[in-house]
Design a protein around this ligand. Structure first.
Ligand SMILES: Nc1ncnc2c1ncn2[C@@H]1O[C@H](COP(=O)(O)OP(=O)(O)OP(=O)(O)O)[C@@H](O)[C@H]1O
Ligand SMILES: Nc1ncnc2c1ncn2[C@@H]1O[C@H](COP(=O)(O)OP(=O)(O)OP(=O)(O)O)[C@@H](O)[C@H]1O
Ligand SMILES: [Mg+2]
Ligand SMILES: [Mg+2]
Lengths: 256, 256
């Protein structure tokens, strides 16, 4: 059985894509077989792995709208142990078309369950910055929702909508959906960051990963070369912190 | 006649909301009468002006779906010369419902043109981080699209989709739509930021505002108090840079 993770936050620019890429690569270093799924019309995860989204014919859209088998659009990447179901801008159409299908929220879940056994230990899905039909599909198919969050006012406020979407998905199709909040892009020297981080710690307690991802400009550079941080700068702060996140996640998954 | 501006970028977290709020307040300081419109289900612009989005009954959704008159949901704010049409999380429904209306892309344009004369010099619309039905409505109703952009790889790549949506809206309902790119959250000490800023300058030339908005943590603090930067820290770098943006914009608008 594969463990399925959605990486989602309605708030934009909180490191959803950076987390999907870096965490996926760090989990592969631990010997796990990883499937990344790009569900964002921006196709940043696809781009960060060195693909040209505009030139791809088969993407996650085939699975969402045409019921293509999950692994049809799947491709190997330049990261050992990591495969990708890519995206391109066509995914935007799914937001308008999916709701006309009956049971549209379970299309991804059905596609994942239809492949038995699935040759992956973990599936990580990068979601767009919205709570539309595509994100609902990902949450319905997931065991765990990881919510990357900046320690800033708008980002902290977005957790309110994220908690209500978790309640909604649990009451409809996926009662066992768990969540974990990941603090990203933290600048320990910044007073607002420190204050809001403390507030999130008090409010969410165990709902927060212990691992913190701090600001590291090497994380901005690595997608330019089509490499995850673990290969671009293996000893950078970003690489070390995403490795410790991978270890913390595996402890959480294995105790479940 | 009011001059209508959409503030949009598919890329998340590039300071769309911060620009709508700060630029709106700086234009009011120049004596202009400003209407801000929050079109994002995150309702960050509404929140940053001190409102509780969850408690509002009348929002921009009334205009988009129920053809309410433009000024029905309009409210005064604690910023002299700035009124607001607020949002709450219900706006997310518009993404799925709007496309079933005939001519759904011109609903906002029709609502704005129906009020004559409109008591505002400029209308600024804060868009969600997507290119769905709501953003298309805003672009169709606009004279100018301002595209806040970070000098980072994913953000620069998003300009490709932004240019194609501008071409699409010009060919369908709004042939005169102009655009201007605004560099935001710039860290002049950061090599990636400097490199990508230079590339954008070479590629877009006059398509870029001359004014640059640099990193200023005071811009993160001001929404916590429900105040724009021009009132929270009037002499901060952020306040000064958004004031010079307001002046550059008015020179552009008046020469048109
Ligand atoms: N820890 C970090 N330190 C510095 N920069 C970072 C860090 N994490 C991410 N970034 C940069 O911040 C920007 C936002 O990150 P990213 O694009 O991954 O966020 P996102 O949540 O996927 O955005 P969107 O909502 O548009 O999908 C990117 O330019 C990325 O390179
Ligand atoms: N110049 C700046 N310096 C420092 N922080 C900034 C600056 N501009 C914006 N910010 C902060 O960066 C974050 C992202 O900005 P903002 O929320 O305005 O972007 P957005 O494009 O509206 O995001 P979304 O895509 O989620 O709507 C916010 O926490 C904001 O306070
Ligand atoms: Mg992303
Ligand atoms: Mg915003």
């Amino acid at each position: 059985m594969s463990y399925v993770i959605a990486i989602s936050n309605e708030k934009g620019g909180v490191a959803k894509t950076t987390t999907a890429l870096s965490l996926g690569a760090a989990l592969a270093e631990l010997g796990r077989k990883i499937l990344l799924v790009d569900l964002d019309p921006q196709a940043n995860l696809t781009l960060a792995l060195g693909f040209q989204p505009g030139s791809l014919e088969h993407t996650a859209l085939d699975i969402l709208l045409d019921s293509a088998p999950l692994l049809d659009p799947c491709r190997e990447t330049n990261v050992a142990g990591v495969d990708l179901i890519p995206a391109n801008s066509g995914i935007e159409n799914a937001e308008q078309v999916l709701p006309v299908y009956i049971n549209y929220t379970t299309r991804l879940q059905t596609a994942i369950q239809a492949v038995d056994p699935l040759p992956y230990d973990l599936i990580l899905m990068d979601c767009p910055p919205s709570l539309g039909a595509v994100t609902i599909n990902a949450l319905t198919a997931s065991d765990l929702l990881i919510i990357p969050t900046q320690a800033e006012y708008f980002s902290a406020y977005a957790l309110r909508d994220m908690m209500s979407i978790v309640r909604q998905v649990r009451s409809e199709d996926n009662p066992n959906l768990a969540y974990r909040i990941l603090i990203t892009m933290l600048d320990q020297r910044n007073r607002t960051h420190r204050n809001i981080h403390e507030q999130l710690d008090r409010t969410f307690g165990d709902g927060l990963f212990k691992t913190l991802i701090e600001i590291d400009t090497k994380l901005r550079e690595s997608p330019i070369l089509g490499l995850p941080i673990t290969q671009y700068k293996p000893n950078s702060r970003g690489a070390l912190q995403y490795r410790s996140l991978a270890e913390e996640l595996m402890q959480y998954v294995e105790q479940k």
